[in-house]
Design a protein around this ligand. Structure first.
Ligand SMILES: [Mg+2]
Length: 378
């Protein structure tokens, strides 16, 4: 077994108060993938308190199963009935991880718990989360994920607007029927930009000839072209394409990353800490990829400012060499539940929060304003 990191060895505090809070925040504009369109962000939050210090976690599941089988309701059930009973003051994060291992899958519910505990411990120690995780803070590159649009001109203007901010990398969602011609138009208009496409699993291996046409557009990567559950057919597709494939939905843990790289199913991995069970598993995946020269980046789930802050701290780690999906708060919400929000510097970089824990203040009055449900647990 590898040597445990200081964060894995950190001990869990005694919890005085535990609350699950559901909030619903309207998006500034709906966000559409090949699978579904969302107009509001409904998020399950975990608020824990110990000795007057509060830690927060966010579950990245949606209320629906259109990105993952996990939903806010399954996360609530798994958290209350199977995860929370394993939490005990004085055990280490590594031991908690072992205790949660028999619960198969449900990485989003697990990440919410681990997030809140890590935030709480970092706040108690008065250190930024990235420092607890063992990485010095640094500025990170920004990236934007642009949803499916109704027309090519609409997509072109959304990209133009993003480049003015300026984002370092543009990702556009694609789907069958909105792919080759759309990317050709984008490339013609913006020949030099770092551009990638995310299909959210809309294609089949039989579409390989069509996907091969995308090689002409010098994309940084094509993300999750085939099924959300597949690794093997992505390997067959990667053999047909010059463009690197990136896996997102297919990667749930280090074992999936290992399988994907050993099959050459992808050359890049999108690590969503909220999907793979939390920051500690994310760092294991990042280290594994880094040792093999495989780039990783941090994807987003349109989180509130709480989840977005966790994604920022993760990107302090080695291996996060590619710009992720971390965008400005104002792109998502007119009003967020944390301060300060994410803002790009003039050069497009994002500063890492420097305060204790996730380094942003959770605005409890705003949480209350957007709250649908609050449940106190013991
Ligand atoms: Mg994706």
């Amino acid at each position: 077994m590898n040597k445990l990191t200081p964060a894995e060895l950190a001990l869990l505090p005694k919890l005085d108060r535990i609350e699950l809070i559901t909030v619903r925040l309207p998006f500034v504009q709906p966000f559409a993938t090949s699978v579904h369109s969302w107009a509001v962000k409904e998020a399950l939050l975990l608020r824990i308190e110990s000795g007057g210090v509060v830690g927060w976690g966010e579950c990245v599941a949606d209320p629906d199963p259109y990105y993952s089988y996990e939903t806010t309701q399954t996360a609530r059930h798994i958290f209350k009935d199977f995860l929370l009973p394993q939490v005990e003051a004085g055990i280490s994060f590594a031991e908690l991880g072992e205790r949660l291992r028999p619960v198969r899958g449900h990485g989003m519910a697990k990440a919410m718990l681990e997030n809140a505990l890590l935030d709480l411990v970092a706040r108690q120690r008065g250190v930024p989360l990235h420092e607890l995780l063992g990485w010095p803070g640094r500025r990170i590159q920004s990236g934007i994920s642009i949803g499916i649009k109704d027309s090519i001109p609409e997509l072109l203007s959304a990209v133009e607007e993003a480049l003015r901010r300026p984002y370092h990398r543009i990702k556009v969602k694609i789907m069958r029927g909105k792919d080759v011609a759309w990317l050709r138009a984008l490339r013609a208009e913006f020949p030099q930009i770092a551009l990638m496409a995310d299909a959210n699993g809309d294609y089949r291996i039989e579409d390989a000839p069509l996907l091969r046409e995308l090689d002409a557009f010098n994309l940084t990567m094509i993300e999750q072209p085939l099924s959300y559950s597949d690794i093997v057919q992505h390997a067959a597709l990667q053999r047909e394409l010059a463009t690197p494939l990136c896996l997102d939905e297919s990667i749930h843990d280090l074992d999936d990353a290992r399988a994907a790289l050993s099959l050459d199913a992808c050359r890049i991995i999108n690590i969503k800490q909220g999907r793979v069970g939390g920051l500690l598993e994310s760092l294991r995946i990042a280290a594994f990829c880094h040792e093999r020269g495989v780039g990783v980046w941090s994807g987003g789930m349109d989180e509130t400012g709480i989840g977005r802050a966790f994604n920022l701290h993760l990107q302090a780690a080695a291996g996060f060499t590619l710009p992720g999906d971390t965008s400005e708060t104002s792109r998502y919400f007119a009003e967020d539940i944390v301060a300060p929000g994410v803002v790009l510097a003039d050069d497009g970089f994002i500063e890492m929060p420097t305060g204790p824990g996730i380094g942003v203040q959770v605005l409890e009055d705003r949480v209350k304003r957007y709250e649908l449900e609050r449940e106190r647990l013991s």
